[in-house]
Design a protein around this ligand. Structure first.
Ligand code: GLA
Length: 383
């Protein structure tokens, strides 16, 4: 993590006494993709890559911010209605506005930040940013907002200031993460359980395609609308169906003629994905990682063929993984680019990585990036 870098940049820019440094991480997700906004289950964990921010209250009603990695600055008032132009500043602005909307009394501050969560890789760099500011401001202004609400503040920032109608998984993972533990979260009740995750003899590795679809947020929002339309159609026959999470494939078939083929495919994916998360929980309790891996392949197929959020680069890496005998592999996160997450037997790891790099370079002209996964703690004060 970039603690010294942040400390030095903060001092260079603002001078005076040091502020307080906070960190909030990116996340992986073992399985349960596009299930969160369908009231379903997700299985994320925080990682050892994080947004690090130094913050010092400045006694005004303005925020002065330095994006160290971009070499940019922003300055905005807490009472302003219009969000700043720079995307990164909108995250800070949104978090402040959402806290104020909830009655939280905050004042101005100076801040500098830097992140080693890869951008656009599906590891939730934006949730790391929202979470670090929500967590820090809550503590610095003694607001006593609970961590679930901090997660909702980050989510509302995405909805209201960034145009992404995301679910709650990323902010939850960034705030609640625990070293060595994955978390099974029920996104309707918000009940969650920590699962130790040390699959003996296996490694989790991310391969980043380093590609990102430009229209990812509108495509994401369209997927969500499809799900809501189908849930509403099913609800006409089954009033207990609040979200697709409550639906079965039989219920979906009952409304087949009244929804589009595309919406049908989207809903089929979600209903099957909810079941796959349950299967993975049962398999983990038995230490059955081969079944975990098979379900990951199932998710990839669904995300590629039914939900249509994959890309040729991701499908290619998935094929290479299967070919190399990798236990499980799939596109991770929202899709449209970013990473595959791979569960690999240790004795196949080297061969897989070598093959994936060589084959990917031959096919697409650039190398993927590799990240070994280290499951780490969530949002925290560093010093
Ligand atoms: C993005 C969103 C999450 C979730 C995933 C897909 O990361 O921010 O809420 O929907 O996509 O599982």
């Amino acid at each position: 993590m970039n603690i010294d870098k942040v400390r030095n940049a903060f001092m260079d820019h603002f001078g005076g006494v040091a502020g307080v440094v906070y960190a909030s991480p990116g996340r992986i997700n073992l399985i349960g993709e596009h299930t969160d906004y369908n009231g379903g289950f997700v299985f994320p964990g925080a990682i050892d890559k994080a947004m690090v921010a130094e913050i010092r209250l400045n006694g005004t009603d303005r925020v002065r911010a330095v994006a160290i990695d971009l070499g940019e600055t922003a300055d905005f008032g807490l009472c302003e209605e219009n969000a700043p132009a720079q995307q990164w500043a909108r995250y800070i602005f949104g978090v402040c506005r959402e806290i104020i909307k909830r009655g939280g009394q905050i004042g101005g501050f100076d801040t500098a930040f830097s992140s080693d969560v890869p951008l656009g890789a599906g590891m939730s760099s934006s949730a790391a940013m929202e979470s670090v500011y929500a967590f820090a401001l809550n503590e610095l202004f003694a607001l006593k907002i609970d961590k679930f609400e901090l997660a909702r503040i980050g989510q509302a920032t995405e909805h209201n200031y960034c145009g992404v109608k995301c679910g709650i998984m990323d902010q939850f993972a960034s705030l609640f993460g625990k070293e060595g533990r994955l978390m099974l979260l029920d996104c309707r009740s918000m009940e969650y359980k920590y699962y130790p995750f040390n699959p003996a003899g296996y490694k989790l590795v991310l391969l980043d395609t380093v590609v990102k679809h430009e229209l990812a947020s509108s495509a994401y929002n369209e997927r969500r609308l499809s799900c809501e339309r189908v849930a509403a159609a099913i609800r006409r026959n089954h009033s207990e169906v609040e979200y697709l999470r409550d639906a079965t494939l039989d219920m979906l078939d009952e409304v087949k003629d009244s929804i589009s083929e595309e919406d049908y495919r989207r809903a089929q994916y979600v209903i099957e994905e909810v079941q796959r998360v349950m299967d993975v929980c049962a398999a983990l309790e038995q230490g059955d990682y081969e079944t975990v891996g098979e379900r990951m392949y199932g998710t990839h197929r669904g995300m590629s063929e039914l939900y249509e959020v994959s890309r040729p680069e991701l499908d290619f890496l998935n094929d290479v993984a299967r070919h190399c005998g990798v236990a499980g592999s799939r596109v991770m996160g929202g899709g449209f680019g970013g990473c595959t997450i791979n569960l690999v037997k240790e004795n196949r790891y080297d061969a897989f990585v070598a093959e994936a790099f060589a084959a990917f370079r031959d096919r697409f002209g650039h190398e993927p990036r590799l990240y070994d996964v280290v499951i780490s703690d969530g949002a925290r004060r560093l010093e």
